[in-house]
Write a protein that binds this ligand. Sequence first.
Ligand SMILES: Nc1ncnc2c1ncn2[C@@H]1O[C@H](COP(=O)(O)OP(=O)(O)O)[C@@H](O)[C@H]1O
Ligand SMILES: [Mg+2]
Length: 229
Amino acid sequence: MITGTGAEPVIQLFHVHKRYGSQTAINDINLTVTKNDFVFITGPSGAGKTTLLRLLFLQEAVSEGQILVNGINLQRIRRAKIPLFRRSMGFVFQDFRLINSYTVYENIALVLETTGQDIRHIRKKVPHVLRMVGLEDRIHAYPPRLSGGEQQRVAIARAAVSNPFILLADELTGNLDTDAADMVFGLLRQLHSRGTTIIVATHDSRLFDKARARIVFLNQGRLEGETKS
Ligand SMILES: Nc1ncnc2c1ncn2[C@@H]1O[C@H](COP(=O)(O)OP(=O)(O)O)[C@@H](O)[C@H]1O
Ligand SMILES: [Mg+2]
């Protein structure tokens, strides 16, 4: 197996299975992701990509096997600690999941408010991340007024605002045209160059040329192989 350059494992999967009734979504996966890796999880629709991300984000529990994130065994994490655990990660959803009745500013500020950050910090930090994604002029706009690419950039800003050590993204360019996808993808590369570990689930192989990354192939829930771009 090709592993990343850094030696420090941030995510380890040991014989992970996930079943939904008689349906097996993840079938005996072993995988190690090291600090500052850039990993594409790819494979056809139904391969288990989204399920794998959901297991890492603790939106689902494994049926069998073990997942360690930063050495923490996800099966042992207490329910009350799950929100805190999730806030240490950023998750970018394919469908953005912004709150349409909140402005761009409010959508991002919410993340910091829930972690109890003070208002002066929030007022500085939100424009700062919006500058990073090139949307500082849309700070008071409501998401429905933004294009798909802009909404996805807001979603990335929201995921990045709490300086997560790892960013998970599910089909993040799935709904975007090529130019918007390139821009969104460039943002991930920027976060990666600042030390964030990035895991992107995608069936879009065009993205692979755009970063030096590990490419992990899933098929019918199994890890079928790995290569480097
Ligand atoms: N909540 C669920 N309930 C039942 N089956 C599910 C659920 N989520 C995923 N699956 C099944 O698990 C398999 C993998 O799905 P998914 O992880 O969404 O694949 P991908 O993201 O690669 O398209 C599919 O067969 C899907 O139907
Ligand atoms: Mg999916």
